[in-house]
Design a protein around this ligand. Structure first.
Ligand code: NAD
Length: 253
């Protein structure tokens, strides 16, 4: 991907590993000043920052639980102070629970998934819109929400709660895109299929990864970098007339 003249800060939530870390590294090569948000793995987040700096980029790591509005406020204020004008947000944080059917679902798990995967996206987007919208004196920007192929597939018998949370992300993407389309902000989503990251360690079935990959049309899962390419394109001026759209990165699934 060629280097362009992007100036501005980019917040990527849950960026210490997986798709978020790959996106942070790639977006830094495009000129963004990167905020690597993390929950509790400070060493991994600092390693992403060091990679970016060694490559000539600028980045900071900021600890914040994006399921809590007070922590989100802290995250955005840190970026205001340390990185300056916000150009974009990647809502990337996502959690799964162990595989279970709805008749085994407990209330605490359900609330944790919905709060993290849905409410956190809304509250981060709110802070980004307050800074980037021309209606609020901003200069525009872009938001990319990381949804999932699960929003289409429903994940029966495994993660119906997670799949439904991603369905909400899709609807939020569409609605917010229309809400702020005239205010200089584009809002899009990516829908990864099966990507090789540590999120699958929480699934509870160690054989699931190999079984899933073998059953896919391309006979393999995706790499985090393959998702990052689409996210960074959606953020960029190359996608200047794209809003309210979805890119499926599911190897044909
Ligand atoms: P991952 O588990 O490797 O990374 C997620 C990161 O989010 C972790 O670093 C975790 O610490 C962080 N996080 C979790 N809760 C947080 C919180 N409350 N506040 C701040 N950070 C928090 O997962 P990944 O596979 O890279 O997933 C990234 C996104 O991609 C998620 O939204 C996920 O639902 C989505 N996705 C992943 C796949 C896949 O197969 N890996 C498929 C479809 C969608």
């Amino acid at each position: 991907m060629e280097t362009s003249e992007v100036t501005g800060a980019l917040i990527i939530t849950g960026a210490s590993r997986g798709i978020g870390a790959a996106t942070a590294r790639l977006a830094a090569t495009q000129g963004y000043r990167i905020c690597v948000n993390y929950l509790n793995d400070a060493a991994a987040a600092e390693a992403v920052v060091t990679d970016i700096e060694n490559n000539g980029g600028q980045a900071i790591a900021v600890q914040a639980d994006t399921s809590r509005s007070s922590e989100i406020d802290k995250l955005f204020r840190a970026v205001d102070t340390e990185l300056g004008t916000l150009a974009g947000l990647v809502n990337n944080v996502g959690i799964l629970g162990p595989q279970c059917r709805v008749d085994q679902l407990d209330e605490e798990r359900l609330h944790r998934i919905l709060t993290t995967n849905v409410a956190g996206y809304f509250l981060c987007a709110k802070q980004a819109v307050l800074r980037m919208s021309t209606a609020h004196g901003g200069r525009g920007g872009a938001i990319v929400n990381v949804s999932s192929a699960a929003s289409r597939l429903g994940s029966p018998g495994e993660y119906v709660d997670y799949a439904a949370s991603k369905g909400a992300v899709d609807t939020f993407t569409r609605g917010l895109a229309l809400e702020v389309a005239a205010e200089g902000i584009r809002v899009n989503a990516v829908r990864p299929g099966f990507i090789y990251t540590d999120i699958h360690a929480s699934g509870g079935d160690p054989q699931r990864v190999a079984r899933l990959a073998a059953g896919l049309p391309m006979r393999r899962g995706g790499q985090p970098q393959e998702v990052a390419q689409a996210i960074v394109w959606l953020l960029s001026e190359r996608a200047s007339y794209v809003t309210g759209s979805f890119i499926d990165l599911a190897g044909g699934r």
